[in-house]
Design a protein around this ligand. Structure first.
Ligand SMILES: [Zn+2]
Length: 143
């Protein structure tokens, strides 16, 4: 995992204001998204919740300034989902980042609808489950 967010990029990453916090447009989403600064580079990030909120265990987002964005999430003003997470006293951590990506990359990942497979924390848990399962089933005469 890389945490070198600002490597050799031009100064934009440091000085750009966080416009990403604006509420999502409800209407004409397609046209708006298409015309809206589609190829701005930023960081796509994955938040893993300490427990599930209804069906949500993760939040996938895009930020031009990741640190600011995470702070907003922690304050409960980043996105609707992270607001309710905070209100429900659920912790989260940023488990993965993809640097120098665009919003369309974020959308690609979202369209997979399988954040768990992208999440190193969940994958570790899953392989641990498998390992335990194998151990438990070893003595049953079958594998
Ligand atoms: Zn996870």
């Amino acid at each position: 995992m890389s945490d070198t967010i600002f490597t050799t990029q031009p100064a934009t990453a440091q000085t750009a204001p966080v416009i990403a916090a604006a509420p999502k447009p409800q209407t004409n989403q397609k046209t708006l998204q298409a015309s809206k600064k589609k190829d701005v580079n930023g960081t796509v990030y994955l938040l893993h919740f300490s427990q599930k909120y209804h069906h949500a265990g993760h939040y996938l987002g895009f930020a031009e300034n990741l640190e600011n964005r995470i702070e907003e999430h922690r304050d409960g003003r980043g996105a609707r989902l992270t607001q309710v997470i905070k209100n429900a006293d659920i912790e989260f951590e940023c488990v993965r980042t993809w640097d120098k990506k665009t919003r369309s990359f974020e959308r690609q990942l979202k369209n997979r609808h399988d954040a768990r497979s992208l999440c190193p924390t969940c994958r570790a848990e899953r392989s641990e489950e498998k390992r335990v399962w194998k151990i438990n089933h070893k003595n049953e005469g079958e594998n």
